[in-house]
Design a protein around this ligand. Structure first.
Ligand code: ADP
Ligand code: MG
Length: 680
């Protein structure tokens, strides 16, 4: 610094250059120092030697020890990418893949997308030069379709293996198989918890490398009685910590974007009212749909004298490590997909976490110093009500997607596929039945031409079928937009607490009598007509970033439509055709109005309710198609359209019989408002 200032005054350019250099150099030194301080660092050479010696290696080390960010760099530095092959590393979560890639690019002083990149669904940020590639487990699963032997990789790291997502579980079987006929491929299975033994046994007793943990004690506190409103309890706890505890950042675990936004607003509101009585509190959210520049903020150092509170989904449980967390607030819940193989219904619901999860969460408080974890449930509840471990996804979600992918890879005998834990037999059978009804499989269980085309789309089979059906109903432009909008889903409408009435009125202006899918189409088309204006979004309480994402997804889908040779044609007025195309994909999701004015699903007579946000909330059409079920106080159908029962016989003749589709309501009941306003 001083040296630079001593330069002659006229040598301005050089002076600035020197100053800059010092800054960059300083940053580099900082990064170098941080890298050296990670628990994994002393074992660098050991790990490389172990990888050289063994084809498959299980790596176990505490969250934050440096597995995800460092191991690929170590391998790259040691020549594993020298022959033009890549190092791949899978992550169960999109956000983690992006954020970790960004960090590693920074550590290596390269531009993200060049030597270090990531690839997630609908977004590929890699190039010819990429040698370290982070990706979601789903993306790697897909890559098997175009490169069944993973020839372009020298090392594949299946990271966060303990999360046991469906894709990760299936990858275990696939990579184990590949390793047999590609002796040059190195395989690393990395896990944060104690499942290592199980992974080792699965991979023919592969050696386990344990990175010794460094953890400070964490004091655990429980509530005396259960909390009625845990979001509110979180707000109170944050403020209490802030007012009474020594400095140190806080991490709060919530279940999703909605909850995080509510909590954020409540906190901001109360902090504002307390005024300058407290020191500064930075409130930062992190969840899957959060734009990446906002995600990066959670890693920024807290300014001296201030405190940071991060409101996160369970993404922060093991996938992301935020330094300097001293306090953890754990309400004990997470959002999970649940599939009922008896009814074939899948629903997103908030469920209590497992003990293993609770312990991971608490551990986040003890990385840099002794910490405190505040569990917003009772000690009794922890001991007696929480399960030991989270059930792996493969045993609790719909397997349609996975089965379609495996069939597309030519794996026909799914019953004998090498699963770490096999899925329940009835779930597998149901997935096969669903794919048969969708026309993706023939009655021998073999992939049809339609099935092959469906497998081209990185979406679930129902949506793939809907997209393909657009060809027949000549509305590909509209269906692709609807598909893209459904993919970004709940994050489209913005509803600030102090402008709820305005926001809801704005939203109602987009409502379409045919239903919510068409309302979403309205939103997109109007936005497009303003030439994708930010101002328009702002005025209409629409989240610009979500729309931008929808536009990106839409572009990708259009590319895929071209790949399966479907022309883009528009049919904006015939909404019946658009709705038929949707029905061709989602005919499993049909509910019928019953006598009391409530809805029951057609095949299984399950009670379901229209979500209050829906355009059809007050309309009560006789036949409804829903996009998804969300369980809160009851089973809500989110995103519904009105359909006609005879369409079901047209699009799914081997699934529905005419007898099943008789109206159960009083035949003389007046036609609904929605029906009389329909244009078709
Ligand atoms: P592990 O995979 O063993 O859980 P990681 O490699 O993810 O550990 O993390 C190692 C360190 O890198 C942590 O201290 C973490 O805070 C830091 N880190 C990871 N991602 C980022 C990022 N995007 N920005 C800043 N620091 C990061
Ligand atoms: Mg990791």
């Amino acid at each position: 610094f001083i040296q630079a200032l001593q330069l002659p005054a006229d040598d301005k350019v050089k002076e600035e250059k020197d100053l800059q250099l010092t800054e960059t150099q300083k940053k580099k030194l900082d990064i170098e120092e941080t890298k050296r301080s990670l628990p994994i660092y002393p074992f660098r050479d050991d790990i490389i030697a172990a990888v050289r010696e063994h084809q498959v290696l299980i790596i176990e080390g505490e969250t934050g020890s440096g597995k995800t960010t460092q191991i690929p760099q170590y391998l790259h530095e040691s020549g594993f990418t020298a022959d033009g092959k890549k190092i791949g590393c899978t992550q169960p979560r999109r956000v983690a893949a992006m954020s970790v890639a960004a960090r590693v690019a920074q550590e290596m002083s390269v531009k993200l997308g060049n030597e270090v990149g990531y690839s997630i669904r609908f977004e590929d940020c890699t190039s010819e030069r990429t040698v370290i590639k982070y990706m979601t487990d789903g993306t790697l699963h897909r890559e098997f379709l175009s490169e069944p032997d993973l020839q372009s990789y020298s090392v594949m790291i299946i990271d966060e293996a303990h999360e046991r997502t469906l894709h990760t579980d299936i990858l275990f079987g696939l990579v184990k198989d590949i390793a047999r006929f590609r002796p040059d491929l190195k395989l690393l299975i990395s896990s944060a918890t104690l499942d290592a033994q199980k992974f080792s046994e699965f991979f023919d007793d592969a050696p386990i490398y344990r990175i010794p943990g460094r953890r400070f004690p964490v004091d655990i506190y429980y509530t005396k009685a259960p909390e009625a409103d845990y979001v509110d309890a979180c707000v109170v706890s944050v403020l209490q910590i802030h007012a009474t505890q020594p400095l140190g950042d806080i991490l709060v675990f919530l279940t999703g974007q909605d909850e995080i936004e509510t909590c954020q607003e409540l906190l901001q509101d109360r902090v504002r009212r307390l005024g300058s009585k407290l020191r500064e509190l930075l409130i930062l959210p992190v969840y899957a749909n959060l734009p990446s520049d906002m995600q990066a903020k959670i890693f920024m150092p807290t300014p001296p004298g201030a405190r940071k509170v991060v409101l996160a989904t369970n993404i922060a449980e093991t996938s992301l490590t935020i330094d300097n967390i001293i306090y953890v607030i754990d309400p004990g819940f997470a959002k999970q997909n649940h599939f009922n193989s008896r009814t074939g219904m899948e629903s997103l619901m908030v469920v209590p976490i497992s003990k293993a999860s609770a312990n991971q969460r608490a551990g986040r408080a003890g990385r840099v110093a002794p910490g405190k974890c505040f569990r917003l449930y009772t000690a009794w509840s922890y001991k007696h009500e929480l399960e030991e471990n989270t059930i792996p996804e493969i045993q609790r979600i719909n397997l349609g997607n996975a089965v379609l992918m495996l069939k597309a890879l030519g794996i026909n005998d799914l019953v004998h596929f090498d699963f770490l834990d096999p899925p329940p037999h009835e779930t597998l059978v149901l997935a096969l039945e669903q794919l048969y009804a969708l026309g993706a499989l023939n009655h021998h269980g073999e992939l049809t031409k339609l099935g092959r085309r469906m497998a081209e789309f990185p979406v679930d089979p129902m949506m793939a079928k809907m997209l393909l059906a657009a060809e027949k109903y000549k509305c590909s432009e509209e269906i692709v937009t609807i598909g893209a909008m459904l993919s970004v889903n709940s994050a489209i409408f913005y509803r600030p607490k102090d402008k709820i009435i305005h926001a809801d009125t704005a939203r109602k202006n987009f409502n379409h009598v045919g239903g919510d899918h068409l309302s979403l189409l309205n939103v997109y088309n109007q936005w497009r007509d303003t030439d994708y204006s930010t101002q328009w979004c702002y005025e209409n309480f629409i989240q610009y970033r979500s729309m931008k994402r929808a536009r990106d997804v839409r572009e990708q889908l259009v590319g895929l439509m071209q790949r399966v040779e479907i022309d883009m044609v528009s049919n904006p007025t015939e909404t019946a055709d658009i709705r038929k195309a949707i029905t061709a994909g989602y005919f499993y999701h049909i509910a019928r109005l019953s006598k009391g004015g409530s809805y029951k699903t057609v095949k299984h007579n399950q009670a379901v309710t229209i979500h209050p946000n829906s355009a059809l909330f007050e309309e009560l059409p006789r036949w409804l198609l829903y996009h998804e079920l969300v369980f809160t106080t009851k089973e809500f159908m989110r995103q519904v359209i009105e359909i006609e029962s005879k369409w079901l016989l047209e699009v799914a003749p081997h699934y529905y019989k005419p007898k099943e589709l008789e109206d159960s309501t009083n035949k003389k009941m007046p036609k609904t408002v929605g029906r009389s306003q329909m244009t078709d």
